[in-house]
Design a protein around this ligand. Structure first.
Ligand code: CO8
Length: 258
């Protein structure tokens, strides 16, 4: 497997794990992290042996934001000219479901990275927020757009404009996280969920994710058309025949992921 500097990467069964590994900077996301996380996710995405991807950090920090020290001296021209953090676009575009397993801080770019994932599992010690306003800037990796879609305008506006941080329990209540679990159970619960998703038929998992993604981008009528087309397309897969035969025969399906 490729050697990385800022992340740890391993495959456990049909699940690809990416662990942010810059403990000295609370996993702050510099451009190297963006490139490496994206490269690892894209490689997992191209592997039919992988049915789910997990992104996680340490107990203290999922990621405390984009790397402020890397950005501090940059000009507007630097930001635009280098497409700073453009790699995250490719990360957000992977077809495989991605679970963010968040323990500790998920701030700024860290919260935005979690929101690029499909499911956010949080330990009860997790803290989320978009504190960029305290630095004289605003969220720049999707924080305004994805947060509004997750929690609605008024909650998002309060958090982005004030920089207030929210603990796991509130994050779950407002719809920012999928589920909160005791911090000590986070990795076990994540493993269980990722293994469950990875055991499903890969074509139907890709179709489900693509269709859910479409709901974020399209009006209802158009989204329903996407859903109908994706639903119909699955009837050419071996796994649709197997899944429905298994139901009729009262047994577990044996998916071949085609
Ligand atoms: N960037 C760089 N270094 C960081 C960051 C960060 N975001 N966060 C923490 N660190 C470093 C600290 O500087 C410190 O390093 P050192 O020991 O060398 O001084 C080390 O990590 C440990 O941090 P602390 O000593 O501060 O730890 P505490 O437990 O006291 O505090 C906090 C933890 C509350 C999380 C605190 O570190 C903090 O407030 N961090 C910054 C949070 C923040 O403002 N995040 C938003 C950053 S801006 C952003 O994310 C923009 C995203 C969009 C970019 C789009 C580009 C195109």
């Amino acid at each position: 497997m490729t050697e990385y500097e800022t992340i740890l990467v391993d495959q456990r069964g049909r699940v690809g794990w990416i662990t942010l590994n810059r403990p000295q900077a609370l996993n702050a996301l510099n451009s190297r992290v963006a490139e490496e996380v994206t490269a690892a996710a894209v490689a997992f995405d191209a592997d039919a042996g992988i049915g789910a991807i997990v992104v996680t950090g340490s107990e203290k920090a999922f990621a405390a934001g984009a790397d402020i020290k890397e950005m501090e001296g940059m000009t507007s021209a630097d930001m635009i000219g280098t497409d700073h953090f453009g790699a995250w676009r490719d990360f957000a575009a992977v077809r495989t479901p991605v679970i963010a397993a968040v323990s500790g801080y998920a701030l700024g770019g860290g919260c935005e990275l979690a929101m690029m994932c499909d499911i956010i599992l949080a330990g009860d010690n997790a803290v989320f927020g978009q504190p960029e306003i305290n630095l004289g800037v605003i969220p720049g990796m999707g924080g305004t757009q994805r947060l509004i879609r997750a929690v609605g305008y008024y909650k998002a506006a309060e958090l982005v404009l004030s920089g207030r941080l929210v603990k796991a329990e509130e994050a779950e209540r407002i719809g920012l996280v999928s589920r909160v679990v005791p911090a000590s159970d986070l990795l076990a619960e994540t493993t269980k969920l990722a293994d469950t998703i990875a055991s499903k038929s890969l074509p139907s998992v890709y179709a489900a994710k693509a269709t859910l993604d479409a709901a974020m981008e399209t009006p209802l009528t158009e989204g329903l058309e996407v859903e109908r087309a994706q639903f119909a397309a699955l009837f050419d897969t071996a796994d649709q025949k197997e899944g429905m035969a298994a139901f009729r025969e009262k047994r577990e399906p044996d998916f071949v992921h085609r």
